[in-house]
Design a protein around this ligand. Structure first.
Ligand SMILES: O=C(O)CCC(=O)C(=O)O
Length: 257
């Protein structure tokens, strides 16, 4: 890789390899954050499809049905790339493009359209908690080696449901019995409890960017504040990492960046 073109330092990349995640504070300028946030808020106000609702995910705390109180609470504004050019510009251009190329050691990289590729929202009152999981549950590729990029559009803390991660957990190989049927870590097992004791919150400020490996265990709580939390999330993989035939990952081809 050409050293001069790198976005990340050697230290950043070593940290990512060791921990499975990396935060770059203030990577995205505030004018871009404002534009992303305003676009997301406009789409939310108009309930512009496609939207995944809290009731669709049925995570802990979600309203039980669309007719229940809070049943119309959005969870994800899907297909960010085709919503507005502002999302694609952030996802496919520097500094994020170069940082992702750095983390994949300079190989050819594609932006997945199949999952994530969305604005994650957490609304006051009716948001749900996300249990411990690896994001590979969303994709089907030859290698479980994808990287997600989480851009905070506002401040993220434990109070509004920021991510929590288990540093280094992307290197673990756990027996299938440690997961439930939906591929969340079972919290009743002693061996999982000691793993979860290593969890750390990842607080972010608007404009900070979190890079994390698709094998990293992470979770997040509900939004207990009065303000909606918004983040834009994209996922990337190497071009040589092929989607498995006839899966969702194959049906939504990646975009070369
Ligand atoms: O914001 C959250 O609750 C966690 C999001 C997440 O980990 C996911 O969508 O896979």
């Amino acid at each position: 890789m050409n050293e001069a073109l790198r976005q990340l330092s050697e230290l950043d990349m070593a940290g990512f390899r060791r921990d499975g995640y990396l935060v770059i504070p203030g990577m995205i300028d505030q004018a871009t954050i404002t534009s992303l946030r305003q676009t997301a808020e406009t789409h939310l106000a108009a309930k512009l499809a496609p939207i995944e609702y809290e009731v669709d995910v049925q995570y802990p705390g979600a309203p039980l049905s669309a007719d229940a109180e809070g049943g119309q609470t959005p969870r994800r504004l899907l297909h960010a790339l085709t919503r507005d050019a502002v999302f694609g510009e952030v996802a496919t251009r520097d500094p994020i493009r170069q940082a992702v190329v750095d983390l994949f050691s300079g190989t050819d990289v594609e932006l997945s359209q199949c999952h994530h590729n969305c604005v994650m929202t957490k609304h006051p009152g009716y948001s749900s908690a996300t249990l411990w999981h690896q994001d590979n549950r969303y994709w089907s590729f030859d290698q479980q080696n994808l990287i997600s990029v989480w851009v905070a559009l506002g401040d993220e803390t434990l109070s509004n449901g920021c991510l929590r991660v288990i540093p280094g957990s992307h290197q673990l190989d756990l027996e299938p019995g440690r997961f439930d049927a939906a591929l969340f870590l079972r919290t009743d097992l002693a061996e999982n409890k000691s793993l979860l004791a290593q969890a750390r919150p990842v607080p972010l400020n608007a404009g900070d960017v979190l890079f994390f490996h698709s094998r990293l265990f992470h979770a997040a709580g509900r939004n207990l504040t009065a303000k909606t939390k918004l983040s834009v999330v994209f996922t990337y993989h190497e071009t040589t990492n092929r989607p498995i035939e006839n899966t969702r990952s194959a049906r939504f081809p990646g975009i070369r960046i």
